[in-house]
Each structure stands twice: as structure tokens, then as C-alpha cells.
Design a binder for this molecule. Structure first.
Ligand code: THU
Length: 125
């Protein structure tokens, strides 16, 4: 699975987004170490803050299926990940993140996405 194929999977799954309020459809496709691709979309709610980003539905699905942080190689997203999703990407230990931003395709590491990040090492410190 190439990066271009993974981003194409994210583009395709975005069509399944449930985004009647923003009409902004986001798709996410994550390549797992075992070769499997797990996909997700944003799911909105009439009570706006209850909506869930595509990255979070994707990783929630993967975790439910038995994957664990560290099992993920690349996340491809059709939009630049929001601040909260950057924290999720860090938590999930994904190695690389590929996303669309305007007309560009950007690749970043979790450290680049979220510098000086909060992690479990700080709990109880
Ligand atoms: N959205 C995502 O799914 N992921 C992000 O990282 C950025 C924002 C969604 C949330 C909402 O449904 C819509 O995009 C508009 O903000």
C-alpha cells in the first residue's frame, strides 16, 4: 500500500461522512503494521460539540477491533488534523501522518504535528 493509495482510500471513504451541519466531509485511512487499512469519517450531531472527527472514529474503530497504540504505520487524512486529533495521533503512536491542506499534500511526524506534547510520562510527575 503506497502513500498515494492510502490517501486515495481516505478520499473515497470521505463520501460516507455524516456531516449535515458543516457539509465538510473528512475521511481518514490508517495503515496498520499487519497491512490492514482501517477507515473512518467524521460524524456530526445537532448538538454541535458532540460531533466526532474522522481521525477519532477511525482509531476508535481500530482499537475496538483489537489494534493497540504502536500497531499503526501511516494515517492519511483528507484535511489538516485539528489540535485534539493531533493529540490522538500522538497517543496512537502512528509513525507518519499524511494530509491534504488546501491544494497541497503534507507529511509530518507526530512530533512535528504536536511539539512539546503532553504524554503519559507527565502523569503523576
Ligand atoms: N474534522 C475532522 O473530521 N477532522 C479534523 O481533524 C478537522 C475537523 C471535522 C469535524 C467537523 O465534522 C467538520 O470537520 C468541520 O469542522
Amino acid at each position: 500500500m503506497t502513500d498515494a493509495e492510502l490517501l486515495a482510500a481516505a478520499d473515497a471513504i470521505a463520501a460516507r461522512a455524516y456531516a449535515p451541519y458543516s457539509e465538510f466531509h473528512v475521511g481518514c485511512a490508517v495503515l496498520c503494521r499487519d497491512g490492514r487499512v482501517v477507515e473512518g469519517v467524521n460524524v456530526e450531531n445537532a448538538a454541535y460539540p458532540l460531533g466526532v472527527c474522522a481521525e477519532r472514529t477511525t482509531f476508535s474503530r481500530a482499537i475496538t477491533e483489537g489494534y493497540r497504540p504502536g500497531d499503526f504505520l501511516v494515517a492519511a487524512i483528507t484535511a489538516s488534523p485539528c489540535g485534539g486529533c493531533r493529540q490522538w495521533l500522538v497517543e496512537m503512536g502512528v509513525e507518519r501522518v499524511l494530509f491534504r491542506n488546501g491544494g497541497r499534500i503534507v507529511e509530518m511526524s507526530p512530533d512535528e504535528l504536536l511539539p512539546e506534547q503532553f504524554d503519559a510520562g507527565q502523569l503523576g510527575a
